[in-house]
Design a protein around this ligand. Sequence first.
Ligand SMILES: NC(=O)C1=CN([C@@H]2O[C@H](COP(=O)(O)OP(=O)(O)OC[C@H]3O[C@@H](n4cnc5c(N)ncnc54)[C@H](O)[C@@H]3O)[C@@H](O)[C@H]2O)C=CC1
Ligand SMILES: N[C@@H](CCC(=O)N[C@@H](CSC=O)C(=O)NCC(=O)O)C(=O)O
Ligand SMILES: [Zn+2]
Ligand SMILES: [Zn+2]
Length: 368
Amino acid sequence: MKTKAAVAWKSGAPLTIETVDLDGPRFGEVLVEIKATGICHTDYYTLSGADPEGIFPAILGHEGAGIVVDVGPGVTTLKKGDHVIPLYTPECRQCKFCLSRKTNLCQLIRGTQGKGLMPDATSRFSLDGKPIFHYMGTSTFSNYTVAPEISLAKIREDAPFDKVCYIGCGVTTGIGAVLFTAKVEAGANVVVFGLGGIGLNVIQGAKMVGADKIIGVDINPARQEMARKFGMTHFINPREVDNVVDAIVQLTDGGADYSFECIGNTQVMRQALECTHKGWGRSIIIGVAEAGAEISTRPFQLVTGRKWEGSAFGGARGRTDVPRIVDWYMEGKINIDDLITHTMPLEDINKGFDLMKSGESIRGVVLY
Ligand SMILES: NC(=O)C1=CN([C@@H]2O[C@H](COP(=O)(O)OP(=O)(O)OC[C@H]3O[C@@H](n4cnc5c(N)ncnc54)[C@H](O)[C@@H]3O)[C@@H](O)[C@H]2O)C=CC1
Ligand SMILES: N[C@@H](CCC(=O)N[C@@H](CSC=O)C(=O)NCC(=O)O)C(=O)O
Ligand SMILES: [Zn+2]
Ligand SMILES: [Zn+2]
């Protein structure tokens, strides 16, 4: 079949809208009509050329929601008409990683996914007979996409695609990092570095679990208002204090219980670790840093009890947890609507990237 898609031909270049060829689903695969997709900073990271796994030409996008149109042989858990959210972190429930119960990082298809291919090591997308690569197993910047069955979470049918698509990455990453990775307890002091599409959801998660002080740190003062609405109690603009670590240590009587880095800046990652409390502070890295970047600190920071950790997709097991998070939204327990500041047709997707880069949008969503 043919489908409209935004194609990334090379790093640093705007996406172009093309009518591409899409082969039908093979064994264990599903054809999905994408109804809406968010634009995440990680799409920009890959497009910029900073992602060691970035390959071109590719169809980016990993924050979508849509309807099953067709299923390939061997598919047992989904059928035509089901509503789904594609998962860049699949959940096979069979691999060593899934069975360990210690991680959400299912590895069954990670190798081919990172090469922009389906599990059988081929692509379903092409143009003029030349393959176009998939991205993160999802490629939601295409009106129709093919994904493995294990990379799709079935969700309730009354959930609006234009809102719950954001659960495909940003909402789950932020709230999940608090609930599933850090397991923040009521009364804890929490610091969030970077109040964008991810950080604001960390704030929302911290409020949900009853955190005490929720300190937001951002160089964009315009982020303050939205962050306060989501539960931030204190705001620090690093450009307005001499030393951001000292400022946090003073505010929290010795350091934060938990910190979350939601930017992808290795200098800030160090600050995020060092502002946590001696003896028990935990710092969770969410931001994705550019290829080759390294983090550093004095080992003494760890010897004296701080822990440096990371979180991917909020530690969520997608097929299990994503439908629950959709329920939380439908029950009014989490706010997604206010974070989706811009919507646009696929033809305007490059404007969506510009709005994100300029700090004007929190989340831009493409509506098909
Ligand atoms: N680990 C994971 O599973 C995931 C990681 N990510 C990563 O999380 C990061 C954040 O993504 P989004 O929220 O979508 O990005 P965003 O662009 O919406 O937000 C970034 C925020 O950081 C602020 N910022 C930039 N430099 C700063 C600095 N030096 N100090 C303080 N604030 C600063 C910006 O003003 C902005 O508000 C990205 O690196 C993205 O790739 C995104 C999704 C999932
Ligand atoms: N391709 C990058 C790795 C980018 C990365 O860390 N991605 C996150 C999700 S970011 C979503 O917006 C992730 O889930 N990581 C786990 C994984 O297995 O990729 C690189 O090679 O550096
Ligand atoms: Zn993302
Ligand atoms: Zn698995």
